[in-house]
Design a protein. Sequence first.
Length: 208
Amino acid sequence: MAHTPPGQTREQVYQLVRRRLLEGRPPTVREVQQAMGFRAVESARSHLSALVEEGRLVREPGRARGYALPSPSGQERGAAPPPLLVPLLGRVQAGDLQLALESPEGYVAVEPTRQPPERLFALTVSGRSMVGAGILPGDVVIVRRQPTAESGEIVVALVGDEATVKRLRIRRGRPELRPENPRFKTITPDPEQLQILGKVVEVRRYLD
C-alpha cells in the first residue's frame, strides 16, 4: 500500500475493524492484512496490538476473530455501548443447532440488553409460514434461549430433528405450533418429541 503516516494507517485499521464489528462480521488478522494491502500479516497484527494497548479494541484470546469493541465501562462517559455480537447459526431447518454453535456462519450485531449474550442466537428464516406475523423469508430472527414459553409466544422449536419458527399455543394441555399463514397447517407434535429452543425477541430485515 502507499506510504502513509503510522498514525493515519492505524486509524484506518481501527475504522475498518470497527465497521466490521458493527456489521457483525469481526475480521481475522489476515483479513485486515488483505483489506489494508499490507505485505506481511505481522503489519496488521502490530497495528491491532497497538489499538488494544490504546484501549480502542479488546482482544479475546484463543479466537481467530477475537477482537471486540471495549465494554461500556471502558468507554467515555455518555458514549453509546457497543453492540452485542450474536452467532448466526444458519437457517431454520433440520440440523444439529448445538453443533452449529461451534462453527457459526457469522455474527449479527444487536443492541445491548439485560440478557446474558450467551443466551442469544440468530437464525435466518426459510419459508413463508409466518408472514402473517411479519416474519418473511430471508429475515433474521434473534432468539433468546429458554426451554419453555408462554402460549401465544413465537418460538423456535425442535420437533424430532427439524427446527421451525411458529407460534406456540397450548390447547387442552397439549402444545401446538401454529403458522401465521392459512396455507400452512398447524403442527401438533408429540410432547415427548418437542423441544423449545428459545423465544423470538427480535426480527431483523435487510433491504439490500
